[in-house]
Design a protein. Structure first.
Length: 213
């Protein structure tokens, strides 16, 4: 087992530990009504829990890629692993208003105007930018695999191909989007991120209570 694979396993073990601690912290905790929209923290930690939920898909894909699967199979595995997150996120938000991570941290996505359940359209609109970014990354990875510029095992271990303008741009765009999301979320009263404005949604705590005497 190479150093790249060991590093991935260590990261997953750390994510699992964080997920357990997050669940234990939020499971019986309540907040005042004035903190109904203070969701930056739980939304951040929800990602650690959701990462663990999708481990089986990632594990299968990484295992086969590390064995240098045939190019077409490798491209298929990379595609499934990349799209699994989007399908999971959109489906969970559309059906329940929550991913498993948001259930653990006790927050829910609702319609901004009515604070009722969101539609499938809104669930997709929340992810429209990540979808575009993921398609770009996925297309680039599939191109590298099918043209033999990077081996499946190198991709599985996290070894980056030769840096050029395309890889630099693809790497910079998610960071810019993340920064824009955080800045937006921290500069409005209801802590709505850019994707909330795009989809007409807001995230609220589900564990609030009236703490007046």
């Amino acid at each position: 087992m190479n150093s790249g694979m060991l590093e991935k396993l260590a990261n997953r073990a750390l994510a699992l530990l964080i997920a357990v601690l997050v669940w234990r912290y939020y499971r019986r905790r309540t907040f005042s009504l004035s903190e109904r929209y203070s969701t930056f923290g739980p939304r951040f930690w929800a990602g650690c829990v959701d990462e663990c939920v999708l481990w089986p898909v990632s594990l299968v894909a990484t295992t086969f890629l590390s064995l240098d699967a045939p190019k077409l199979l490798a491209a298929l595995l990379v595609s499934v692993e990349s799209l699994a997150w989007l399908v999971y996120t959109v489906t969970m938000h559309a059906r329940f208003g929550q991913t498993v991570g948001k259930m653990a941290t006790r927050v829910r996505v609702v319609d901004f105007q009515t604070e009722r359940s969101i539609s499938w359209r809104q669930a997709w609109l929340r992810e429209v930018v990540p979808v575009l970014l993921s398609v770009g990354f996925l297309g680039w990875d599939v191109f590298l695999i099918l043209t033999g510029r990077v081996s499946p095992s190198a991709l599985a271990s996290g070894e980056a191909p030769t840096v050029n303008r395309t890889t630099w741009l693809l790497g910079a765009l998610p960071l810019l989007w993340f920064v824009a999301e955080v800045v937006t979320m921290l500069t409005n009263k209801r802590r709505r991120a850019l994707h909330d404005f795009i989809a007409g949604t807001v995230v609220v705590r589900t564990n609030t209570c009236d703490q007046r005497d």
